[in-house]
Design a protein around this ligand. Structure first.
Ligand SMILES: [Zn+2]
Length: 209
């Protein structure tokens, strides 16, 4: 297979393939196409409410399903197409829901992923940015002291700070929180959408108002 250990296509791997191990002719370009398509389908798409209010970020794949179902329509497109059996579809960058959807103030689930997202992968004690795999969740008030697993008591924390804090409060450990932890609100989502939106100028007019 001309795919590396992380599932990506690599020309080097293809070059090393034994003659005859490639399968039917054309399979190399097919692999390249489907890999490129797979990553394209994961690209972020901005989702607007019927009122043009930005409410979410989803992946191209999901956005196209919403469009095919007639739930949403494309407002902005990329200059790329994906092909299904019978049709070529242009890839959306921004979609809008056709019916207004009420978004509860706090709709985000309390999860490790969402806490790291809220804290932008930044250790809340040493204020350094880490990959998700190098962060843990810290109970600000330790569980042994009755600290609960809530938005207000859980923060992203690197292993080093987590070790030095141990079973103590930040004050006792001589550590200071970068900022007071808050629930994930629409405000937080919008900040994140702006961060992602810097990559795609088609998003700007919906986010920077
Ligand atoms: Zn740290």
């Amino acid at each position: 297979m001309s795919v590396d250990s992380r599932g990506r296509y690599t020309p080097e791997a293809a070059g090393e393939a034994m003659p005859g191990s490639e399968g039917p002719s054309g399979s190399t370009s097919h692999n390249l196409l489907s890999t490129r398509r797979a990553s394209l389908m994961q690209e972020p798409v901005l989702v607007l409410n019927a009122t043009y209010e930005p409410i979410n970020v989803t992946a191209v794949r999901r956005a196209m399903v919403l469009m095919l179902k007639g739930v949403a329509q494309a407002e902005e497109m990329h200059n790329t197409e994906v092909h299904s059996a019978a049709h070529a579809h242009r890839v959306p960058s921004v979609i809008r829901l056709l019916a207004y959807r009420h978004i509860p103030q706090q709709s985000r689930a309390l999860s490790r992923k969402n806490i790291l997202l809220r804290d932008r992968n930044t250790c809340q004690f040493c204020v350094r940015v880490f990959p998700s795999s190098e962060l843990t969740l810290d109970h600000v008030v330790p569980r042994s002291r009755g600290g609960r697993s809530t938005w207000e008591n859980l923060v992203a924390c690197c292993y080093r700070c987590n070790n030095s804090k141990g079973d103590r409060t930040p004050e006792e450990a001589g550590l200071k929180l970068a900022r007071r932890p808050r629930p994930f609100t629409l405000h937080t989502s919008r900040q994140l959408m702006r961060l992602i939106g810097h990559r795609d100028e088609r998003w700007r007019k919906y986010l920077f108002y």
